[in-house]
Design a protein. Structure first.
Length: 458
């Protein structure tokens, strides 16, 4: 059986959790319209809904909270964050924002016009929605191997360079205000992007004079995968790899709630001064003054510390190995997951677990509901609930190629025993998978419907 390194920390404070009864779980599901987002956190035993803002901050981060300078403009907290951002990422300009989607909203508001296209390997939900909300069309150009869950390709987050070039030639560079890549590729299984691929992406974008932005929510995990898997990077530090990666780009968006291990916060960085001026104006309108960006000074200080802690290689080794351990336990039980294991989450192939449920009846959501019903464990569907959409030209429903249940592991939060409980619960579900039925919507908004939709079982 696969094992993983001991936690490079010890526990100083605990938070109680409780396992409510099956009857109570059933009532919670019905009350929530079978949407796990609407279930009370106190009714969750193991919460793997997201790794965004759900990790445990360190003693140094909590100490930094007490240093927070709450001055409205030019606070010391901002300048401490500024020093960390410049040291790690190297862009000329940046603004803080309250989280990653706020950074995406500001960037889209400044650059995206109706009829524009924004290519990436795979946009995640809020990036996709912010582009669509401005009348743009997010376009995914990941390599074909990404859609084969069993394929062991070490960098399944890579963008297909031939597809990218063909797309730009067909669409016209003038209709592409900026291009992106997401590291790691969340929508495709938390899979990393190689440095070789990022260099090729940058070369293509820049040859067409298209600004290149990195969605950097899990950049440190991506850099650690590069160190482990890509020739020539074995002896480089994760920070050195990050420097090289960001030197290839013109800017980045980041949800700091991931690899900066904070409960709230985000970043928007760029090198273009005129764009920076427009971003500041948009930020003041929607988020706050450019030196606080919708955050308290204490949050800025916690982020400044967390950015460095997220680069710690002992932590990253443990982090990625914990994810691989859960995937291994599930695979040993005959439950297929995306291979190889990603950085922040284990992705179950819901279509393979529930082959009798068609995409129109949401197999990923059905598996998510069953996981809560069996063990009070909360995951999130990444499939047709999240990503199916009507084609803007034909109106025909376009379904994603992957139907997944994501189990995102909060940072520095759960133990091996918790992972074993999750694996044992899913093994019980697999034994009766053929009896599980799908769902239909009773309510769904146009954008980001997975957050607030309601369902009923078929």
């Amino acid at each position: 059986m696969q094992t993983y390194p001991p936690e490079p920390f010890r526990i100083k404070m605990t938070e109680p959790i409780r396992l409510i009864s099956p009857k109570e779980r059933e009532a919670a599901l019905k009350g929530a319209g079978y949407n796990l987002f609407a279930v009370k956190a106190e009714d969750i035993f193991i919460d793997l809904l997201t790794d965004s803002g759900t990790g445990a901050m360190s003693q140094d981060q909590w100490a930094a909270v007490m240093r927070g300078d709450e001055s409205y403009a030019g606070a010391r907290s901002f300048h401490r964050l500024k020093a960390a951002v410049e040291d790690i990422f190297g862009f000329k300009y940046f603004v803080p924002a309250h989280q990653g989607r706020a950074a995406e909203n500001i960037l889209s508001a400044c650059l995206v016009k109706p009829g524009n296209y924004v290519p990436s390997n795979m946009h995640f939900d809020t990036t996709d929605a912010n582009i669509r909300a401005r009348g743009g069309r997010p376009t995914n150009l990941v390599i074909d191997e990404a859609f084969d869950p069993a394929n062991p390709h070490p960098f399944k987050g890579n963008m297909d360079i031939a597809k990218l070039e063909a797309f730009i030639e067909k669409t016209g560079a003038d209709k592409i205000p900026f291009g992106m890549v997401t590291v790691t590729n969340n929508a495709g299984g938390g899979q990393p992007v190689s440095m070789e691929n990022i260099k090729a992406i940058a070369d293509v974008y820049h040859s067409y004079k298209i600004p290149f932005f990195i969605d950097a929510a899990r950049y440190a995990e991506n850099c650690f995968f590069i160190k482990e898997r890509e020739s020539g990077y074995e002896s480089k530090s994760v920070k050195e790899i990050a420097h090289e990666m960001f030197s290839l780009a013109d800017g980045m968006t980041m949800s700091a709630k991931k690899d900066a291990i904070v409960n709230i916060g985000g970043l928007l960085c760029m090198n273009d001064e005129s764009l920076f001026q427009n971003v500041k104006n948009e930020l003041i309108l929607r988020e706050g003054f450019p030196t606080y960006g919708g955050l308290a000074g204490r949050d800025l200080d916690a982020m400044a510390v967390g950015l460095y802690e997220g680069l710690d290689e002992a932590y990253l080794s443990y982090r990625l190995a914990q994810t691989a351990y859960l995937a291994s336990r599930l695979n040993d039980a005959g439950i297929p997951t995306i291979q190889p294991a990603g950085g922040h989450a284990v992705y179950l192939d819901a279509h393979a677990v529930l082959p009798h449920i068609p995409q129109s009846e949401f197999p990923g959501q059905a598996l998510a509901v069953e996981l809560y019903r069996e063990g009070a464990i909360r995951g999130v569907e990444i499939g047709s609930v999240m990503f199916a959409y009507p084609d803007p030209d034909s109106g025909k429903m376009i379904y994603p190629k992957l139907e997944l249940l994501r189990l995102a592991i909060p940072r520095r939060t759960y133990t091996q025993t918790h992972m074993d409980y999750v694996a044992d619960t899913l093994a019980k579900i697999k034994s009766r998978a053929s009896s599980i039925r799908g769902f239909k919507f009773t309510y769904a908004p146009e954008l980001l419907r997975h957050f607030t939709a309601r369902f009923e079982p078929l």
